[in-house]
Design a protein around this ligand. Structure first.
Ligand SMILES: NC(=O)c1ccc[n+]([C@@H]2O[C@H](COP(=O)([O-])OP(=O)(O)OC[C@H]3O[C@@H](n4cnc5c(N)ncnc54)[C@H](OP(=O)(O)O)[C@@H]3O)[C@@H](O)[C@H]2O)c1
Length: 277
């Protein structure tokens, strides 16, 4: 497929899941400064108060971009929860898809699940199902909802799948997380063959100092994981969310990635730490 030119030059409708903190919040702040005026940013997460704080920051820094908050729980299993999410965002805010040159959905939200269990210790079906509801099923359903709204070739459609090194390499104590990320990557590889007009970036950000990583560092049952993260932290190799987003922006700007291919620019940086695993 023809690679679209500059992603950040197009007047865009951009939805980011997990925008209430961490990488998603930094992405919202950075993206708002990069897209042209009258672009719309939809911030999605469960914690509305935290989303409001991000919106306030954005409105001070980048008043030309419209910021919409949408409370969203990707783990919901209620019938119809995902139907028409973006149709209602458009109609409630009196905008139409024809207002935009590009529609982008960033699948950023995620959780790590039980980090105190090995793969053999997952005996509670409800907990395992609930993990995949949030991290796989919900993402697939949101994605379908997005494409039912942005169903034609115009506006151009871009998906950013925030992946992880764990999609490609096993991380002890993170069996559900790694399995979920690997499944998401493959989901988008299949989609890229079915919908070649859609630009898809699958991007692993590296080790980023966020609530997710701090929680893993404190609560993993794997000494090897803990040693690895401690080593990365002590050597000053943890990325800030801002630095991680700068690299993501660079990849999108350069626009040389193959559709749905796993992009991990930090892979080499952590090679020596993986030796302990
Ligand atoms: N940090 C790292 O080192 C690292 C490394 C590799 C990949 N990643 C990936 O980067 C992405 C962002 O991670 P992060 O480190 O920024 O994590 P984080 O600080 O824990 O933030 C996770 C975000 O997801 C949202 N979220 C969690 N459960 C949700 C649900 N059920 N429904 C809707 N939103 C939900 C949270 O908001 P609410 O609680 O308000 O809903 C929050 O905004 C994830 O996909 C993660 O797998 C991170």
């Amino acid at each position: 497929m023809e690679k679209p030119d500059q992603v950040f030059h197009k007047k865009s409708f951009v939805a980011i899941t997990g925008a209430s903190r961490g990488i998603g919040r930094s992405m919202a702040l950075k993206f708002a400064a990069m897209f042209p005026p009258k672009s719309v940013l939809v911030l999605m997460a469960r914690n509305v108060e935290a989303l409001e704080i991000v919106r306030t920051e954005l409105m001070t820094l980048t008043p030309n971009v419209t910021v919409i908050i949408r409370q969203y729980d990707q783990g919901k299993t209620d019938q119809g929860y995902f139907d028409g999410i973006f149709d209602s965002v458009l109609s409630e805010n009196k905008i139409t898809k024809g207002d935009f040159e590009q529609a982008m959905l960033v699948h950023n939200c995620a959780s790590t699940g039980d980090k105190d269990r090995t793969g053999l210790q997952h005996c509670d079906g409800d907990r395992v199902r609930s993990y995949f509801d949030t991290n796989l099923c919900g993402m697939i359903l949101l994605n379908s909802s997005f494409f039912s709204t942005f169903c034609g070739p115009s506006p151009a459609r871009v998906i950013v799948n925030i992946s992880s090194g764990g999609a490609q390499r096993p991380a002890p104590s993170l069996s559900l997380y790694c399995a979920g990320k690997a499944a998401r990557d493959m989901f988008f590889r299949v989609l890229s063959t079915e919908e070649p007009s859609v630009r898809i970036l699958t991007y692993a950000p590296g080790a980023v100092d966020t609530v997710m990583l701090q929680d893993l560092e404190e609560n993993t049952s794997s000494l090897a994981m803990q040693t690895m993260i401690n080593g990365i932290r002590e050597d000053g190799k943890l990325l800030t969310p801002e630095a991680a987003v700068d690299d993501l922006v660079y990849v999108l700007q350069e626009n040389k990635f193959n559709n749905a291919e796993h992009v991990d620019n930090q892979y080499k940086k952590y090679e020596k730490y993986r030796e302990t695993m």
